[in-house]
Design a protein around this ligand. Structure first.
Ligand SMILES: Cc1ncc(COP(=O)(O)O)c(C=O)c1O
Length: 469
């Protein structure tokens, strides 16, 4: 690198950090919407830098919609209708979820509100054979090792290792689904009723429910339906609120289907490491990619940040098996101890059967088939949703089961009306604590495409059009 390149880099770092400090002042209300920004000269004097560096900083703020330049008057703070970082002191969401969970168990309902595949896409016959084979073992009814079946832990350690982060059996704890993995991770890492944790908005409601249960404060960061959380927002949130941990779904988020780009994963991991924030990564959908040939790597696979990788077989083999995992080099031992105190161990037979199936070639074949099926279904559901909701913004996921639809009205009414037609959707107010997403809903694209599901999508569109404005 020659001297000129060095100077350019230094100047870029400088104007970015000036811009970041100004954003912080706007976020904290020191500078309010309508306020005049400091003049270029005064800022230059304050920051002891060149005029062009200050101009670059203002340019960046203008581009990102924080300020505007008014001819002959200077720069002014803009009102941000939807701030990208919000602190929620008391999360209260659990009460909103019960109806959705009730609908899930109702066979008369068309479950567009869930994030699950039709049974016909799951390898149910194969897993039943694995269960029967393992049930013959004479020790199948004993307690399992609290951290889980050692062979399954070895298998998962190898499966999730990367060049930069190699796991071994001691890093893996088997849990009751991904839900328990998230639960024990947060329980281990965050102090109840005092810590602050960072969470995406929108994000899977189960994460908000745990935060509520533990009395934690949440920092909601805006998550884009295509690329998830941005490193800039992440850095800003961390600087402002110093959270203990961040819970992220970088691969095919629920509810939007967003996939965080590789460079954003790398930048966020670097910020987390530098600022001492542990990442709890929910990677439950990582295996269900349907664009390209390779699984998108986990954020933690880069080896930079410390944290816990959480996942389960619920979306790829069977949600009823209740087999999940929490994998962590740094915290595996402590998470294992939390899990032991919580419920001694996870179902022994289910663990043995999961391993029995995952080791077979038929597992890989099943995954490939599932990906192809979902690619087709996701495109089909999206196409029909575009017809049914012509004015909505509809996400275009490259994996997972969720499509996110942003309409022009509150979707709670649509949810209530569609229930009367035995159709469930997941209204947007389930997916954050501050109710930012009331005009959205999550749609499951994992259900078989049949005349019944097709009519149901059309019915949703009709009900929406007939709703009171
Ligand atoms: C992002 C995410 N995490 C966790 C879970 C819970 O998974 P499990 O059924 O394995 O507990 C879900 C279920 O929908 C999910 O979408």
């Amino acid at each position: 690198m020659d001297l000129r390149e060095n100077d350019t880099m230094r100047s870029e770092l400088l104007y970015r950090s000036i811009a970041d400090r100004l954003k912080l002042q706007i976020d904290q209300g020191v500078l309010r919407p309508g306020d005049r920004m400091p003049s270029l000269r005064s800022l230059q004097h304050r920051e002891q830098c060149s005029l062009s560096t200050v101009l670059e900083a203002y340019h960046l703020l203008e581009q990102d919609g924080w300020i505007e330049a008014r001819p002959q008057s200077g720069h002014f703070v803009l009102a941000r209708s939807s701030p990208t970082v919000r602190l929620v002191s008391e999360v209260s969401i659990d009460g909103r979820i019960s109806q959705i969970l009730k609908d899930l168990g109702d066979p008369r309902m068309i479950s567009f509100g869930a994030a699950v595949p039709s049974d016909s896409f799951l390898p149910l016959a194969q897993i039943s054979r694995s269960l029967a084979r393992q049930n013959r073992a004479e020790d199948s009814h004993r307690y399992e090792d609290p951290r889980g079946n050692p062979a399954l832990r070895r298998f998962l350690a190898v499966l999730h290792s990367s060049r930069k982060r190699v796991y071994d059996e001691d890093d893996v704890v088997i849990t009751n689904g991904c839900s328990e993995a998230l639960f024990v991770s947060l329980m281990t890492l965050a102090q109840r009723n005092s810590d602050t944790v960072l969470v995406e908005s929108p994000a899977y409601f189960g994460i908000y429910q745990i935060i509520e249960l533990f009395g934690l404060r949440a920092i909601e960061i805006h998550s884009s339906p295509s690329t998830g959380v941005s490193p800039e927002d992440f850095a800003r949130a961390v600087q402002m609120h110093r959270p203990r941990a961040a819970i992220l779904i970088p691969n095919f988020s629920n509810p939007t289907g967003a996939l965080m780009p590789a460079n954003a994963k790398r930048d966020i991991a670097a910020i987390a490491r530098a600022e001492g924030v542990a990442i709890i990564e929910d990677d439950i959908y990582g295996d269900i990619f349907y664009e390209g040939d390779e699984r998108p790597p986990a954020l933690l696979a880069g080896g930079d940040a410390s944290g816990v990788l959480c996942g389960s077989v619920s979306k790829i083999i069977s949600p009823g098996l209740r087999i999940g995992w929490a994998i962590s080099k740094e915290f595996g031992g402590r998470i294992g101890a939390t899990k032991r105190i919580l419920n001694l161990s996870t179902n022994r037979l289910a663990q043995a059967a999961t391993l029995d199936f995952m080791r077979r070639r038929s597992y890989e074949i099943h995954l490939k088939r599932l990906r192809t099926t979902l690619a087709g279904l996701s495109a089909r559901y999206r196409q029909e949703l575009v017809k049914a909701f012509p004015h909505a913004e509809i996400s275009r996921p490259g994996g997972g089961y969720a499509i996110w639809v942003k309409t022009e009205s509150d979707t709670q009414q649509l949810s209530a009306l569609s229930r009367e037609h035995s159709i469930s959707i997941a209204p947007g107010f389930l997916f954050d604590a501050s109710g930012e997403h009331r005009r959205c809903f999550r749609m499951n694209c994992g259900l078989e495409w049949t005349p019944r599901t097709r009519t149901a999508v059309e019915t949703l569109g009709r009900l929406y059009r007939e709703m009171d404005p």
